[in-house]
Design a protein around this ligand. Structure first.
Ligand SMILES: [Zn+2]
Length: 128
């Protein structure tokens, strides 16, 4: 009898937190969220709190300037967000190098598009 194979997921401290399917495990690896530490065991590289820090690191690195329209924002500006350069749905990681400071209007306009697609779409909408 063959049972469905599950992968053990450990947090960054090595504490077992859950199990996931092989498919999910491969997504975590692709998105640079986790590493294999055994045949059937994954260890996450970061936790939820780290993700908030990654976002902050990206925003500060970009000096609170929207990477799409160039708007400079105050550190508590309500429109201050970070955008995933490669969308998470497309395998983009949460690491700071995949995030960029972005104002809310640009972020919402861009949605799940990757930057290239977005810029092409944006340019074709401009009427000269
Ligand atoms: Zn913007």
């Amino acid at each position: 009898m063959e049972s469905k194979q599950y992968i053990t997921v450990m947090d960054k401290h090595g504490i077992q937190i859950s199990k996931c399917t092989k498919k999910r495990a491969h997504q975590l690896i692709t998105r640079q969220c986790a590493d294999w530490i055994g045949w059937n065991t994954l260890k996450l590289r970061y936790n939820r709190e780290d993700k908030k820090i990654f976002r902050q690191v990206a925003i500060e690195r970009d000096k609170y300037t929207c990477y799409i329209c160039g708007k400079v924002m105050h550190h508590d500006h309500p429109e201050l967000t970070a955008d995933h350069i490669i969308a998470r749905a497309k395998g983009g990681s949460d690491l700071p190098e995949n995030q960029a400071c972005c104002c809310k209007p640009c972020n919402e306009q861009k949605g799940k598009m990757d930057l290239k697609t977005f810029l092409v779409t944006k340019n074709t909408q401009v009427n000269f």
